[in-house]
Design a protein around this ligand. Structure first.
Ligand code: NOJ
Length: 534
């Protein structure tokens, strides 16, 4: 068996995140839906995507746009029906792709029947399914803060206790120390796995278990006024508790009973803590999301150091992964600019490990400024002046130049970018040097070259402008040189003889050119060189 054949789809594939509200509306209500996603599967297949991750589509009061679930084994009518979902799964599989669902096990909606029961009385059998506590000194049980601002404890008048919510008060946290909760959520997982879904992206995995004694979080010495209120404390007792790993292990064991399914963990932690989520003998999450390309400043030396530190820290056989954007973070083209966004695409798609793409980044969509009276996202709403809303990165996909960009025939739930008449899929498909065709080339090239898909990674050089590395599989070698600055620079490697052909370049006209010796790069330029064998 070749080495390539020993790898599974979630290792050599490419994941694409669909934010269903904003991808494609099929019924004119202004909100994207499952039938809409089905209409666009041919596009994703053309792009070369292996797996589609769909953010929550379950019944929900939509306080946090689906991350507040009131029924884990059904579909919200806004998005369609279970029959539509089954159709989506079938259509995805027919195209040789995989479907990944969002699993939100840390909290439910306060309208979920479990919580309604739990809050009904102190003696209800489901009381202990959530985290209920008496107050202390006339206030909440401890000083924990909600990620969205304000205290994380909500007083319940009827039963005279507080419940804990890491996010909105409409999102009470489940008590994962309770075996009944574990069983209920594992049943949810089995429900979808039996249907044939190919895995889960597990929401806030590192939040799932909290300190048993509910100790106060210490103050954050690096807190600054401009930061979100949540940052005032270091969440060392409310997140990332050692016991979480046994839960992750159980989720993994459950999934392993099915063929080639994947567990991806949403985890915002430093590398040394992140890698623990691979589990002992890699029996934890298959892919603990690695968000360094999102959280680090876009600076060549820092990024290069992070790549190398991550590569070095990975457990043996732990598979790497990289992410450029998601529905919670400013878009890459807004963070670093459109020119650098091409360099970032090249980095994402030439590093070792599974890449995850956020919808719209492939056409260079940018954050859209949403007037205050149109803000939808609850994050930061009670923190005036901090502007923490995630609406800007969640605007409707720009398909074509027609009204509302082909996203809907109705009124879009969130305004579209003004640039959609010239920045859209239909236009960019026809334009050879567009961002979309650049992504398309990179994706298809990666998928046909084992060196990029599964080959080794070797750092070559980095300085304040440049990152250079090698990818190799058997005798195929590629050199990637990326200029993360706007200034020109030279790459004069001592370790390797640069002799080869530019296969892909951020500057389309250079593709096919031969290089020999010193490489000079323009600002914002990146190249992928197939090295000749000496
Ligand atoms: C992480 C999700 O990505 C985010 O959108 C959500 O608000 C929180 N988890 C709470 O579920």
């Amino acid at each position: 068996m070749t080495k390539a054949a020993q790898h599974v789809w979630w290792q050599h594939g490419i994941i694409y995140q669909v934010y269903p509200r904003s991808f494609q509306d099929s019924n004119g209500d202004g909100v994207g839906d499952i039938k809409g996603i089905i209409q666009r599967l041919d596009y994703l297949q053309w792009l070369g995507i292996t797996a589609v991750w769909v953010s929550p589509v379950y019944p929900s009061p939509m306080a946090d746009f689906g991350y507040d679930i009131s029924d884990y084994t059904n579909i919200h009518p806004l998005f369609g029906s279970i029959a539509d979902f089954d159709e989506l799964l079938k259509e995805v599989h027919q195209r040789g792709m995989k479907l990944i669902l969002d699993l939100v096990p840390n909290h439910t909606s306060d309208e979920h029947p479990w919580f309604l029961e739990s809050r009904s009385s102190r003696t209800n059998p489901k009381r202990n399914w959530y985290i209920w506590e008496d107050g202390k000194n006339g206030g909440p049980p401890n000083n924990w803060l909600s990620v969205f601002g304000g205290p994380a404890w909500e007083w319940d008048e009827q039963t005279g206790q507080y419940y804990y919510h890491a996010f909105l008060k409409k999102q009470p946290d489940l008590n994962w120390r309770n075996p009944e909760v574990q069983k209920a959520m594992f049943d949810v997982m089995r429900f979808w796995l039996e249907k044939g879904v190919d895995g889960f992206r597990v929401d806030v995995m590192w939040h799932m278990i909290k300190d048993e004694q509910l100790r106060d979080n210490p103050p954050n010495p690096s807190y600054q006024e401009y930061m979100a209120e949540y940052e005032k404390l270091l969440p060392i007792f409310s997140t990332d508790q050692p016991e979480v790993h046994s839960i992750v292990h159980q989720m993994r064991a459950l999934t392993d009973a099915y063929d080639e399914r994947v567990i991806i963990g949403e985890i915002y932690l430093p590398i040394e803590k992140l890698i623990i989520y691979y589990g002992i003998d890699n029996k934890g999450a298959h892919l603990p999301f690695n968000f360094q390309l999102i959280t680090l400043p876009w600076h060549a030396q820092q990024i290069a150091a992070a790549i190398n530190a991550y590569e070095g820290a990975l457990p043996e056989n732990g598979w790497p992964n990289w992410v450029l954007g998601n529905h919670d973070q400013p878009r890459i083209a807004s963070r670093i600019g459109l020119y650098q966004a091409r360099v970032a695409a090249m980095l994402l798609l030439t590093l070792r490990g599974t890449p995850t793409l956020y919808y719209g980044d492939e056409i260079g969509m940018r954050d859209v400024s949403i007037p205050l009276n149109e803000v939808q996202d609850p994050q930061g709403l009670n923190m005036p002046g901090k502007h923490l809303s995630r609406d800007p990165e969640r605007t409707p996909m720009q398909w074509d130049s027609s009204q509302h960009a082909g996203f809907t025939t109705g009124k879009p739930w969130l305004r579209l970018s003004r640039d959609y008449p010239h920045r859209n899929v239909q236009k960019q498909i026809k334009q050879e040097d567009s961002m979309l065709n650049f992504y398309h080339r990179l994706i298809h090239f990666r998928q046909q070259e084992p060196a990029l898909m599964i080959g080794t990674y070797q750092p070559v050089y980095s300085d304040h402008k440049l990152i250079a590395y090698l990818r190799q599989y058997e005798d195929q070698r590629f050199l990637i040189v990326l200029n993360l600055s706007h200034g020109v620079c030279y790459f004069e490697p001592e370790q390797i003889a640069v002799n080869g052909r530019i296969e892909i370049s951020t500057h389309y006209d250079l593709e096919g050119t031969l290089v020999n010796g010193t490489i000079s790069l323009e600002g914002d330029e990146g190249i992928l060189v197939r090295l000749n064998n000496e």
